[in-house]
Design a protein around this ligand. Structure first.
Ligand SMILES: *Cc1c(COP(=O)(O)O)cnc(C)c1O
Length: 372
């Protein structure tokens, strides 16, 4: 199903055509995946019902969930010490669940504050124990990742929490920081977009709806030795151990079923290294366009720019509004920046094709010619 390849005068909103979609989340999914789901509704293969209507303990569903789990492990090169959990409550629930399980009542955890999501994670952790904010880029509206030599880290921290990609501001850790405690990462908006050094982490969580599936499931990777550090009586549902041991209750089956398909799609793209290389090229094209004129100004400091969310400003808010409205007319959806940064945000996750970025760059050129 082709998306529109360039701007046209017809009104895309009424054409029923699939357009280029830069939404930050829930975000665009590979069209092949959506087509496949469509084919498997209302009957999945020869089971006489759809995947949404069978027991979560049945063989067909079991195969889907195990396949999703296995593919995630394989794509990231995770060893058998890693557990892959499919939880609910969004990444936001993890802000509470992580410290509930791993912040000891007598201990401390370190957090790096790189934006709104980190700030929310810090707020929840503080309800449960001592939190040290090791570094923050708040004073410059989170336009950077604080350099690790600026971090003040308590040697006794049980873990160091980072947000690997800051969806709102368009910043991203270029690599894992060197710390002695295990990293706990909110990787919601760059999960499976590039290879990671899994040895450095104790736990990684990601809401699926940015890069790997629909809303409704949060993927949590947790290593056995880190899991053993749980330190207080826990409500059954909020204990990671419950979900590592068995399928405790009904999981979000439809979301997991889609994640499994997105994992297959990612493998067909060549895996994480291949998609990372493609993500690099997409981001470079857009940042080159921003840097080649004074009309567009990037929000993030160049060294910390995100490959997933590209944020930039125009000379005035009025022009920014016009930019987004005209882009929508041209079939380029959801480019308005988050209210705390303003301007424009193009989210170019794994499923965003190069052609979408090319169309956006072309639109930026035309817009600048007319309004610059
Ligand atoms: C979107 C997002 C969240 C919030 O996810 P929910 O699933 O809506 O709770 C948290 N962290 C990051 C980095 C995000 O991009």
């Amino acid at each position: 199903m082709p998306a529109r390849s360039n701007a046209s005068a017809s009104d895309p909103s009424t054409s029923g055509e699939r357009l280029y979609n830069f939404c930050a989340g829930p975000a665009s999914l590979p069209v092949e995946v959506l087509e496949e789901v469509k084919e498997e509704l209302p009957v999945y293969r020869d089971i006489g019902a759809s995947m949404l209507e069978i027991s979560h303990r049945s063989k067909p569903y079991d195969r889907v969930e195990e396949s999703a789990r296995g593919r995630i492990k394989h794509l990231l090169g995770l060893t058998d010490e890693w557990n892959v959990l499919f939880l609910q409550g969004g990444a936001s629930m993890q802000f509470h669940q992580v410290p509930l399980n791993f912040l000891p009542s007598e201990g401390t955890a370190a957090y790096v504050d790189t934006g709104r999501w980190s700030t929310k994670a810090i707020k929840e952790a503080k309800l449960l124990g001592a939190v040290q904010v090791a570094a923050s880029s708040k004073s410059s509206n989170f336009d950077r990742i604080p350099a690790s030599d600026e971090w003040e880290l308590n040697a006794n921290a049980s873990y160091v929490h980072i947000t690997t990609n800051n969806t709102i501001y368009g910043t991203q850790f270029s690599t894992e920081p060197e710390v002695s405690a295990p990293l706990v990462a909110d990787a919601s908006s760059d999960f499976l977009s590039r290879p990671i050094d899994t040895e450095k982490y104790g736990l990684i969580y990601a809401g699926a709806q940015k890069n790997v599936g629909p809303a409704g499931v949060t993927i949590v990777l947790v290593r056995d030795d880190f899991l053993e550090r749980r330190n207080r009586p826990l409500p059954t549902m909020l204990d990671y151990g419950t979900h590592a041991r068995r399928r405790f209750n009904t999981p979000p089956v439809f979301a997991i079923y889609l994640v499994e398909k997105v994992m297959r799609w990612l493998e067909a793209q060549g895996g994480v290294e291949a998609i990372a290389e493609r993500n690099d090229r997409k981001a470079a094209l857009l940042y080159d366009r921003i840097d080649s004129s004074d009309f567009y100004q990037g929000h993030a400091r160049p060294a910390d720019r995100s490959k997933m969310n590209v944020t930039f400003r125009l000379p005035s808010e009025k022009q920014e509004e016009l930019f987004c409205a005209e882009a929508e007319q041209a079939g380029l959806l959801s480019l308005a920046g988050h209210r705390s940064v303003g301007g424009v945000r193009a989210s170019i996750y794994n499923a965003c094709p190069m052609a979408a970025v090319e169309a956006l760059v072309e639109f930026m050129e035309m817009f600048e010619q007319r309004h610059g």
